[in-house]
Design a protein around this ligand. Structure first.
Ligand code: HXC
Length: 514
């Protein structure tokens, strides 16, 4: 064969491969508002940066009439590229080829690019659009999933792993995303479930649509399985482009610094915090008034909104923020908000991102529902995560820090390196009302005017404990600072901690509450 013939053969094979499942399947994909696998990669990565590998991989299954022609690339596109100049390894399942179902060679392509990401120390992005284990390949597809899950677990805390769910991800297809750091979903396109509507109908006799069962809103608002929600695929890709600017390539690096920027003048701390201690405010306005450019990239915005977590920058350096949200349930800690915060803290700790904690909460949420849902073990996760974390930990108590909430929100006792309190801080075992009711119960009951006595006792308790000075007098707080001083104190603390090195007792691994 001469060169010309070989080239013609090569182009023909390549043309066949990039056609995926063919024009009809591509049309169906487009009709659902979905891009094809290669188009997704192109839209997500920096222009012309993607280099595909394993385009000509073929499956080895001969059962159920499976031919090779109809499975180009075995239904997944893999390779390397750049995003915002950062190198990444990436795969995208091709739903036009057998529903993106995962057979053995499909899985091998994915595990190969995962191994590559680990060796090169770069993030892994997986675009998932799959009907799950390829039914025709039986146990071989299950084996393939197992090998992916194993690598997801080994890569956890070593390289950032980002999952994008862009289709009806069923069965095994959802467990790889669940093992990764961030899951992105898109309105009407993303569906995640272990067993689909048909199985539910057969087993339970219940009718439910895919959207109601595991659509994008369900995953970001109810289950907490997903972290970011977008209205379109392009918006989702823009979000990923933003995320990568805040995180490092791997656990040996720090996130790339950015040019420093002052907060925008329209965000003023004086205007955010209400005079009345029981009035709510949006803690995100506090964040915007303190951090660079008033730029806050929130994670899991739509789930467990009583706690706010996300990334921002201080003088160009990425920090992870954990903040109680007084606007929602007064910012209490409960089952979901504890899970949300704990996972975010562990991500930041694994990837050298200093933590800034903003505290304003009345404590853990009381009630039978929470107790029965396991608020003890879930609430313990945040204690564990903060205690385990060795990145710089800086805490600012804005207003209430009561009881277990005071301890849990990165108090000095859990290893905070710097602990600041605003003059409005109230640090006590519980709120003055509850405290007075308990410790002055007899005096209130026996008083000629119980209501007046109660008011007096609440005032006495407030005067004595609802301020930051007793904590400061005992050294639990390093400095009482005015809100206006906060940015300066945080920058100083961060700069001073630049070379912080703290270790924990050697062990195989801990056993965190779950
Ligand atoms: C083989 C599959 C497939 C699968 C879809 N296809 N899923 N082929 N194995 N798992 C094929 C279809 O036969 C079809 O082929 C093409 O992909 C497109 O599928 P459609 O059904 O036409 O698409 P749509 O109507 O959009 O429905 C998508 C779907 C549905 C909701 C994903 O296909 C579905 O329910 N699939 C099965 C999902 C499932 O139960 N998976 C779990 C597997 S068990 P043609 O040739 O007609 O175009 C599992 C266990 C692992 O994953 C557990 C690990 C922990």
């Amino acid at each position: 064969m001469n060169l010309r013939t070989r080239l013609a053969e090569f182009f023909k094979r390549k043309e066949n491969a990039v056609q995926g499942g063919g024009p009809k399947a591509i049309e169906k994909q487009h009709a659902q508002g979905k891009l094809t696998a290669r188009a997704r990669i192109t839209a997500l990565l920096d222009p012309q940066s993607f280099h595909e590998c394993d385009m000509f991989v073929e499956h080895k299954c001969e059962d159920f009439g499976m031919d090779k022609k109809h499975f180009p690339g075995d239904g997944v596109v893999t390779g390397t590229g750049k995003i915002q100049g950062h190198p990444v390894c990436i795969y995208a399942q091709d739903f036009t080829v057998a529903g993106g179902s995962l057979g053995l060679m499909h899985a091998r392509k994915i595990t190969k690019i995962m191994d590559q990401a680990m060796k090169l120390g770069v993030p892994l992005i997986g675009i998932n659009d799959s009907g799950g284990a390829r039914i025709q390949e039986g146990v071989n597809s299950l084996a393939g999933y197992g090998e992916i899950f194993f690598r997801n677990t080994l890569a956890s805390g070593v390289i950032p792993q980002i999952s994008v769910v862009l289709g009806p991800c069923a069965g095994g297809a959802v467990y790889s995303p669940a093992l990764t750091d961030f899951v992105f979903v898109v309105d009407k396109i993303s569906k995640m479930f272990i067993t689909g509507p048909e199985v539910i109908k057969t087993v339970l006799g219940e009718e439910i649509s895919m959207e109601e069962l595991g659509g994008a809103r369900v995953q970001v608002e109810i289950s907490g399985n997903a972290h970011f929600y977008a209205a379109s695929e392009q918006e989702c890709f823009d979000q990923i482009n933003r995320l990568v600017t805040f995180i490092p390539w791997n656990n040996k690096k720090k996130a790339d610094p950015y040019p420093a920027a002052l907060p925008k003048p329209e965000y003023s701390l004086e205007r955010v915090i209400p005079a009345e201690p029981t009035q709510p405010y949006d803690v995100r306005d506090v964040i915007r008034a303190i951090f660079d450019g008033s730029d806050f990239f929130e994670v899991q915005e739509h789930w467990a909104a009583n706690i706010v977590v996300g990334f921002a920058r201080l003088k160009g350096e990425t920090v992870g923020i954990v903040a109680n949200q007084p606007l929602v349930l007064a910012g209490v800690l409960d089952v979901d908000s504890s899970d949300k915060a704990a996972r975010f803290i562990r991500f930041c700790d694994a990837f050298n991102i200093p933590l800034v904690t903003l505290v304003d909460l009345p404590g853990y949420l009381p009630g039978v529902d929470q107790e029965h849902a396991g608020v003890i073990r879930h609430g313990a996760k945040i204690l564990y995560a903060y205690s385990e974390a060795t990145v710089p930990k800086i805490t600012v108590i804005l207003r209430k820090a009561y009881g277990g909430g005071y301890i849990a929100m990165c108090s000095r006792h859990l290893g905070a390196d710097f602990l600041f309190a605003w003059p409005t801080a109230e640090i006590a075992v519980m709120g003055p009302e509850g405290a007075a009711n308990i410790i002055f119960r007899a005096e209130i009951a026996e008083a000629a005017d119980p209501a007046a006595m109660r008011r007096q006792k609440v005032a006495e308790y407030t005067e004595k404990f609802a301020n930051p000075f007793i904590a400061a007098a005992n050294g639990h707080v390093d400095a009482v600072i005015s809100p206006q001083e906060t940015r300066g104190f945080l920058i100083h603390a961060l700069e001073i901690s630049a070379h912080k090195s703290e270790s924990r007792p050697a062990k195989k691994h801990g056993v965190p509450p779950s």
